[in-house]
Design a protein. Structure first.
Length: 544
């Protein structure tokens, strides 16, 4: 049982609560009972003081009148003779008569006590002797005590009798003088009822305090159990798997639940510190390995940069090498077409169209290599975007007419901004060419120029097959072609896959942005915006 008490904090709390409540309520009960008894005693003493004052006033009245005459003998019985006999009653005799009558009715009793009296009835008892001595010394002006007389409890009260001038008529002794202590009047009041009242109040107080103490202990334990002990038990149950996994179910400390939790936290702190030290060692080892890996990656990056530079140089060289003979081929095909020396002009037309396509592809590759190398410079000048869009439409009008496409320009009369006219013409022409390539016959292409206060927007919309959402962000990447389209290299469909990447690079080089809005079966809408004001000469484009 003691071991269970040591290991349960709720038992400790209950024991401490019981001890404190018992001490508090026990002290309070003792004080209440003591105070109540004092109040009862004070009430009885007040009653005794009133009786004393009544007796003293009665004696004073008799003494002031010398004496009183009452019918009958001194013992109160009338004689048998026909004549009425009157008895002289002194203050002392009157006091004795009143005392006998009160004692006979079990109300109270009082008597006169004096060391100098000749009457044996006036001889003081122990209580009265002590009171007289104290009165004559002047220590107190009243005395009280609870005594057992005849097996019954009485409250006794004594107060001095001061000698007045009227008292000297009967008391001629030299021991009596005006203002002296002639004796005392002792009042005895039954105290059994008061004792029963005190005992009853003690019982009621004890029962009330016991009930309140039990209710308080039960309430405190109930709320403490819900707010403290149950959460502690839940925490202990939740940490059971920690003790099982981390310490193989061993007890982390000896004591109640709180000591167990504190011990668990201490052991976990030690284990975490140990794990932290091991982790630091592993991190240091991994850092050394990572440093070595970083050095290897830097070396590989340098090699890749060298390879990229070689690739750019290769594109540039091959573009220059291919451009010269293709230009010659195109020139020769033009001369043959003018002289009409060929029996079948279709072959000459094929040579010219393929030469144009190859030259266009080579120019795209050359521009893209310059953009990636950061060597593309822009010649920004004020230009009219509406005029530029009209020129691009005119250049592709013949190809659109072959497919019976209608190209509509929706623009104001003028939209001026600062730009590299040749490069933006390249962007609009590329977007319009794609629209012509992928638009079905007898459809419509719309080119819109929208001027705003700070920027100008251009939009090319077609009624082609559209592009799925998952490919819309990738179309602006180099060498990307939408799956399902013909990439065989024919003139009507397919391309090198870098046209839109060049468009994005050129638009961003002007400080603008380009995007696509499309859905399958509903056509595509390519749009870009350019700021109106830019510097006369812009910085070189670093990367697309």
């Amino acid at each position: 049982m003691f071991q269970r008490f040591r290991h349960k904090i709720s038992y400790k709390y209950l024991a401490l609560t019981v001890v404190l409540v018992v001490l508090v309520f026990g002290t309070l009960s003792w004080w209440i009972c003591r105070r109540h008894a004092q109040l009862i005693i004070e009430q009885v003493e007040k009653q005794a003081r009133i009786l004393y004052r009544q007796v003293v006033l009665t004696r004073q009245w008799v003494s002031d009148h010398g004496y009183i005459l009452v019918p009958g003998s001194e013992d109160g019985k009338a004689g048998r003779s026909a004549a009425v006999v009157y008895t002289r009653i002194t203050p002392a005799g009157l006091t004795r008569r009143l005392s006998r009558r009160a004692r006979h009715q079990h109300l109270y009793a009082f008597s006169i006590a004096n060391f100098n009296g000749l009457n044996p009835e006036n001889r003081p008892d122990a209580f009265e002797s002590r009171a007289l001595c104290r009165f004559r010394r002047g220590d107190v002006d009243a005395a009280s005590s609870i005594e057992v007389i005849g097996g019954r409890h009485y409250f006794r009260y004594a107060a001095p009798l001061v000698v007045r001038r009227s008292c000297l008529a009967c008391h001629h002794s030299a021991k009596y003088y005006v203002g002296g202590i002639g004796g005392c009047i002792s009042v005895s009041i039954p105290f059994e009822n008061a004792y029963r009242a005190i005992a009853k109040e003690r019982l009621i107080t004890f029962a009330s305090m016991t009930a309140l103490a039990l209710a308080l202990i039960g309430g405190l334990f109930f709320f403490a159990r819900r707010m403290i002990f149950n959460p502690i038990r839940q925490i202990r149950n939740l940490t059971a798997h920690i003790r099982q996994d981390a310490f193989d179910g061993q007890a982390v400390t000896c004591g109640d639940e709180l000591r167990e939790l504190s011990g668990l936290c201490s052991r976990l702190d030690e284990k975490l510190k140990s794990s932290h030290r091991q982790l630091q060692r592993k991190v240091a080892e991994a850092t050394r390995d990572l440093s070595q890996t970083n050095r290897e990656l830097m070396q590989a990056n340098e090699e890749l940069q060298a390879l990229n530079a070689a690739k750019v140089a290769f594109f540039s060289d091959i573009s220059h090498e291919l451009r010269t003979p293709l230009t010659a081929i195109k020139g020769a095909a033009d001369i043959l077409a003018r002289k009409a020396s060929c029996n079948d002009p279709a072959y000459i037309d094929i040579i010219r169209k393929n030469s144009d396509h190859l030259i266009h592809t080579i120019f795209d590759l050359l521009d893209f290599s310059r953009i990636e190398a950061g060597h593309l410079e822009l010649d920004r000048q004020p230009a009219d975007m509406v005029e530029l869009a009209g020129e691009a439409i005119s250049a592709l009008q013949a190809e659109a007419a072959q497919k019976k496409l209608a190209i509509h320009l929706d623009a104001p009369q003028s939209a001026m901004l600062v730009m590299d006219r040749h490069r933006i013409y390249q962007v609009v022409s590329n977007l319009l060419a794609n629209a012509v390539k992928f638009s079905p016959p007898n459809s419509r292409i719309r080119v819109a120029v929208t001027p705003e206060e700070l920027e100008i927007g251009v939009c090319v919309s077609d009624q082609g097959p559209g592009i799925a959402r998952q490919y819309q962000r990738a179309v602006f990447k180099k060498f990307f072609q939408v799956p399902g389209q013909d990439a065989s290299g024919s003139l009507c469909k397919g391309s090198s896959g870098i046209g839109l990447a060049i468009c994005r690079a050129l638009v961003e080089a002007h400080g603008g942005r380009i995007w696509l809005e499309s859905s399958l079966g509903r056509g595509s809408r390519f749009a870009f915006v350019l700021p109106r004001e830019q510097g006369k000469t812009g910085p070189s484009v670093q990367h697309a």
